[in-house]
Design a binder for this molecule. Sequence first.
Ligand SMILES: [Zn+2]
Ligand SMILES: [Zn+2]
Length: 492
Amino acid sequence: MIQMTITKGVLDASLDPRKKNRDCEFRKWQQRTCKHDSIAPLLTHTMTLQEWLEKNGAKGLDHLVLEEFPETGRGIKTLRALKAGDEILTIPGAVLWTVDAANTDPLLGPILRSLDPPLSVEETLAVFLLFIKARDTGYEERKLHTEVLPTHYTASIFFDDDELEVCAGSSLYGVTKQLKQQIKSEYMITLDRLFVKHPEVFPLHKFTLEEYSWALCTIWSRAMDFKLPEKQFRLIAPFADMLNHSLGVKTCHVYDQRTGVLRVLADNDYKARDQVFINYGPVPNNRLLRLYGFVLPNNPHDSYELVLTTHHLAPFYDQKVALFIAAKLDVNSTFSLTLTEPLPDKVLQYLRIQRSTSQELTTILATANAASKPVTARNEAEILTALDEALENLLAGFAVSIEELGLRVAGDQYPVGGNAWAAAHVSMGEQRILRLALAATRDRQVLVVCARCGKAEDGNKKCGRCKKVVYCSVDCQKAHHKEHKGSCKSPQ
Ligand SMILES: [Zn+2]
Ligand SMILES: [Zn+2]
């Protein structure tokens, strides 16, 4: 029993570069069980899964093997060379986890179909997974897949309070707290509507909140989404769900609606014995940790989601809404601040409209650029000051600074690969972006307000030499000369 649990725990590493701890776990298990060929029991297990898949028409499995990789943990290796665009793997419709498969199951289907309103896609898949996992007899084939799924996850909803506090102030912190609440209330509703009504199908000790959270995390970390002509479509494909994540490859899975088959194509050329990757797209650490339970240190796709809203009682609300629409913005907008674009033009455009006076609104309407350029110096100075304050406040809201987190990550306070270590990386990533956004805001501020007196006037002129500050008058420029001359260098 212990052996099985740890075996499955090791598979957890399939998506997880934070593998040090798990390696350790894996090695302990190796020593206890099978000294020389520790991977054999896993492979035997998966072979059976492969046989089931092949019986249903899966293709490509002959050339693929599961293996432990030093960098990524468990992944899939190709035994033959592949060219970009080659079909790596075909998983037949009959073995996919889909809402249709749940709804047509002879035991589960009638119960699900009798619900009005029906469960959401995510709820249906979660119930389906737990239903199969809970069966003592029958369903042996589908169980081959649930048995190789990780027994636990390291996504942020499973962090204890101390671990989560490490990233207090980050967007992940708020989202995780909210998500935990939401899962709990969703679970209570489903418990009431479904589980307690059919205890013979849903034995309650196997349909706990913990199990339900596990099922949701299985979906978040493994499901693939497809846009079909009439609907958004979500599935989990056995075996294909063990492909590792890489930042370097393009998304290459295709769902054929006519045949119901999932095909995974090679995104790249691979040599025989290379690991094959799948791409989840450019995912920032806060999302990786929420959905998949891992982070990539110094993730180039890190982002901070900045939310801007305008109160309906704000002056000239209707005119502003009309301008937001003209600017292709929403009244409640979320902007991704990134490392390469910490202060997107759209954020400035939103704020210019939001903070316009009646006269400035007229100006914006007359220029027809929907405030994509500064409207007036007054407006520009106001939005930059507001932004400066907002970013300062967001940064002050982080429980631990980048510098302190850096020390803790480098020392042994947060063991590499642990939850606190991962939370620290999310927090550092978000703070790094907010600091860049603040610096970009200040670079703009000095081009709007007079460096000496702080006046924001449309006639302010740049310093002729460095072009990095502005003055409202020759008097101000002269009076500021002594202070400014040290930093005044002509640009190359
Ligand atoms: Zn001045
Ligand atoms: Zn200068």
